[in-house]
Write a protein that binds this ligand. Structure first.
Ligand code: NAG
Ligand code: NAG
Length: 179
């Protein structure tokens, strides 16, 4: 229990660490429809835009071709680059519909991530999913001040979406912490 809580807090702080000139920014994004997706998804775009120095916006859109979608689960896994990418702290599988639907969802890394993205996306309602796309528009990492000794480096967050256990898409977001 405590370990879990500490991990969650570390995750929050890692994402918000900007004190003393430290900075976090997106460096790359890769999106793919997986071969197992049975024509359910089609990525339309996935890109970063450098708006000004140290302000990089992420936009992506994936079309959903077979509606409604009634079952969605998501794996969220974090990696740290060192001699290739190695698993780092988080590897969670959760019910995406439940996360979207619940007003009161337990505090967790995935909730933090999706609460942060929410107002830049259409990740704002539960299932069944009847909209023919999922999108994130112009989302930038925007920090308040929290100090935390997480190592500088390059990190990657992998989001894999599944419907009834079938892998649909993989979205990889790379970001860097600079001291
Ligand atoms: C969800 O997001 C979409 C796209 O931004 C918006 O049009 C819609 O009004 C939002 N719905 C809710 C319930 O906030
Ligand atoms: C969604 O599908 C998965 C895999 O079939 C299953 O384990 C899970 O219980 C389903 N979720 C819901 C809410 O029915």
């Amino acid at each position: 229990m405590w370990l879990k809580l500490v991990q969650v807090l570390l995750g929050f702080l890692m994402l918000f660490d900007v004190a003393n000139g430290r900075l976090l920014k997106f460096t790359n994004v890769k999106c793919m429809d997986l071969p197992t997706n049975a024509g359910i998804t089609k990525y339309e775009y996935c890109r970063l835009k450098v708006v000004r120095r140290n302000h990089v916006e992420l936009s992506l859109k994936v079309g959903l071709l077979k509606l409604p979608i009634t079952n969605l689960t998501t794996r969220l896994q974090c990696f740290q680059r060192s001699d290739g990418y190695r698993p780092f702290m988080y590897n969670v599988l959760f019910d995406f519909c439940k996360l979207m639907g619940a007003r009161r969802y337990h505090i967790s890394f995935e909730r933090f991530i999706f609460d942060t993205i929410r107002k830049y996306s259409n990740f704002n309602h539960s299932c069944p999913w009847n909209e023919d796309y999922m999108s994130v528009e112009k989302f930038a990492l925007d920090f308040t001040k929290v100090n935390m000794p997480v190592p500088a480096g390059v990190y990657r967050l992998d989001f894999t979406f599944y419907s009834y256990g079938r892998p649909l898409t993989l979205t990889q977001v790379f970001f860097e912490k600079i001291e």
